[in-house]
Unconditional design. Structure first.
Length: 292
């Protein structure tokens, strides 16, 4: 059965779940999940986990992400992007220098009020379901971190291209909306392309067309990255057969000389077994990836 990570360059007008459904059909594998939802209008890096690799999704979704976003000033919409209904248009009297200056307010730790058109649940109901019924409810501001925010270029009299590197949970369209509010003219997001997620970049990504073409040749699995590729930043640890047997049986290994931290753990035959954590002289399994 296929197991691994497929980095998809998501096309516009597809939901992230549409991509998973397509991948599910191509690989004939029910266990398919993705890390980090992209709105239908967005394109770019969507890590898709297949088979046993789905056990790594919980780690991938926690990582920071990077985007190229189009900021459109003077236009306010109900979705905070150009797919929504325009609720107000204002004249734009600010230029590049004012935009550059206001970006400082949005770098580092900030608070965002989640948009109504989002999948966040309040009292068991998704916000976008309420928004579609014309309802608006109070939302609490949530902390996020904008690690990097760069003005790349001006693409029109009131349009700018931004590079955003941010934490999990950041809404880039809300960032564009808030920048517009800070400038006094309002704004929304005109386009979004994710360039990095879960440590993977556009250089790692393939189109759905390429995946389908490979499948037609019977070569789709050649596009899969091994699940341990996601944990490449951790040191590796190779176990001897006796220790491997204990780990496979769910036992905690006593390894007093092992420095504390997380490890990619392999069997003596180089088979990736688990992500483990060493602490207080013991090696504890965080998540196993071997078949049982």
């Amino acid at each position: 059965m296929p197991n691994g990570i497929l980095i998809i360059d998501k096309p516009a007008d597809w939901t992230s779940m549409d991509v998973c459904a397509k991948v599910r059909g191509i690989f004939h594998e029910k266990r398919v999940g993705h890390a980090g939802t992209l709105d239908p209008m967005a394109t770019g890096v969507l890590p898709v986990f297949i088979g046993r690799a789905t056990r790594a999704v919980e780690f991938a979704s926690e990582s920071e992400k990077e985007y190229i976003a189009e900021l459109k000033l003077g236009v306010i919409t109900n979705t905070q992007d150009t797919t929504g209904e325009v609720v107000e248009e204002r004249p734009v009297t600010v230029g590049r220098d004012q935009v550059l200056a206001v970006l400082d307010r949005f770098r580092g730790d900030i608070f965002q009020i989640p948009p109504m058109y989002s999948a966040i649940k309040i009292d068991g109901k998704k916000l976008y379901e309420l928004a579609r019924k014309g309802k608006e409810v109070e939302r609490k501001a949530r902390p996020v971190c904008i690690h990097e925010l760069e003005l790349l270029e001006s693409t029109g009299p009131a349009d700018y291209r931004l590079r955003v590197r941010c934490s999990k949970g950041t809404y880039v369209r809300t960032l564009c909306h808030d920048i517009g509010q800070a400038l006094g003219c309002g704004g929304c997001m005109g386009a979004l392309r994710r360039t990095m997620a879960a440590g993977f970049t556009l250089d790692d990504a393939v189109t759905l067309e390429k995946v389908q073409a490979a499948a037609d040749r019977g070569e789709a699995e050649s596009l899969l990255l091994p699940v341990d590729a996601y944990f490449a930043g951790r040191p590796d640890l190779i176990l001897k057969p006796e220790a491997e047997k204990k780990l496979r049986n769910g036992m905690t290994l006593v390894m007093p000389a092992l420095p504390e931290g997380e490890y990619r753990v392999y069997g003596s035959d180089q088979t990736f077994l688990a992500l483990c954590r060493a602490e207080r002289g013991k090696l504890i399994t965080v998540k196993s990836f071997f078949p049982v």
